[in-house]
Design a protein around this ligand. Structure first.
Ligand code: SF4
Ligand code: SF4
Length: 357
């Protein structure tokens, strides 16, 4: 007799409702409006008059277990025992009693954390999802986030910007970290260097050849062993060959740089999505504090703050004043590297932000 079939093991996300504050659970889908009583604090009011206050706290993104425990202890002692994390690695406490808000903020700040990141602030700089376990980082990610946010702490804590500013970083040149008002991305500037002794043991050559978006990689025999070669005239230094073939090392202390892109935004009720555009390239990838990249970000933020109209997002502001004026007011040089002259772009890249099939 056939054995009874094993039922599938559910390994997805657990049901979030069980972890929600009871007031949130009770009023799910019933919120009438929300207000921003002060930076870092949200007040949601339900149709039946229930109120809940949320206190948003910035973290350093990669959290050790001791810090997590400390944050949870604060939630137990000063909050209602509920927290959740935002996609930008902020922790949020919910309380149903207004009298708890100020003591909670005091406790959080005394423990060395910052409250903010709401409304027209610079939200917490987000870094890529996979840096700790990913196979292709070309730079540190948490370090960039920490050192830049240290310099932008007042912009996180205040409501000083014309509108919300979302910033992102990426630790390789090809994957996560994209759409942001300001994006700080890795920029490789030289083709990969191949360690031929390792290729035949480590890499599946057809997969690596297929991986290159510009067909710059060919199989080759080197010193009697199967290996690969790169047509350096075609190579656009993207680094896509490095994950399937680590002996094609592209990271380089001197030639792996940072580039800054601005104006990316998802679509919303009022506008279409916008692509971000390159505004600064070849910036030294300079740990541990990345001063050159931070200086460029501050220039852009300063110009946006001084020149944009109230509630204009970065992309709306640039669209209104035009790119030549953007370079004038930020003081960033416009160079030949800003012009996309890659010969395959026109034929093969999807150059529209609209989804099509
Ligand atoms: S940006 Fe690239 S290296 Fe960093 S986590 Fe994403 S895929 Fe991995
Ligand atoms: S870096 Fe990119 S373009 Fe150059 S060989 Fe590798 S996959 Fe191809």
């Amino acid at each position: 007799m056939a054995k009874e079939m094993r039922s599938p093991i559910e390994s997805g996300c657990p049901d979030a409702f069980q972890y929600m504050h009871p007031v949130m659970r009770k009023n799910y889908g019933q919120w009438a409006y929300h207000e921003d009583p002060q930076p870092g604090v949200l007040l949601h009011v339900s149709n039946n008059g229930d109120k809940i206050w949320t206190v948003r706290v910035g973290t350093q993104r990669i959290l050790d277990v001791f810090t997590l425990r400390k944050l949870c202890d604060i939630g137990d002692e000063y909050g209602d025992g509920y927290i959740h994390f935002t996609i930008r690695s902020n922790v949020e406490y919910q309380v149903a009693d207004e009298a708890k808000v100020q003591p909670l903020i005091k406790a959080v700040e005394e423990a060395g954390f910052i409250v903010g990141g709401t409304r027209n602030s610079v939200a917490m700089l987000s870094h890529t999802q996979g840096w700790l376990h990913c196979d292709i980082p070309g730079t540190d990610a948490s370090g960039v986030v920490k050192s830049m946010m240290d310099e932008l702490i007042d912009e996180f804590k205040g409501w000083n910007m014309p509108n919300r500013v979302h910033m992102t970083t990426s630790c390789c040149q090809i994957n996560c970290g994209g759409q942001g008002d300001i994006a700080i991305n890795v920029q490789h500037t030289k083709p990969p260097k191949i360690n031929h002794d390792l290729v035949s043991n480590v890499c599946e050559r057809p997969s690596v050849v297929a991986r290159c978006p510009v067909a710059a990689i060919r199989p080759a025999m080197v010193n009697g062993k199967p290996s690969l070669e790169v047509d350096e005239k075609k190579c656009m230094c993207c680094g896509a060959c490095y994950p399937p073939c680590p002996p094609m090392q592209i990271n380089d202390a001197e030639h792996s740089k940072l580039a800054i892109w601005v104006g990316g935004n998802h679509s919303n009720a009022r506008g279409k999505p916008t692509f971000q555009k390159l505004v600064a390239s070849g910036i030294p990838n300079n740990p541990p504090r990345w001063p050159e990249a931070t200086a460029v970000v501050k220039k852009i933020l300063g110009a946006y703050k001084d020149n944009a109209k109230d509630w204009e997002r970065m992309n709306d502001w640039i669209e209104r004043i035009g790119w030549p004026r953007f370079f004038e007011v930020t003081g960033l040089p416009f160079t030949k590297y800003h012009i996309d002259n890659w010969r395959g772009a026109r034929a093969s890249l999807n150059a529209s932000t609209h989804i099509r099939f």
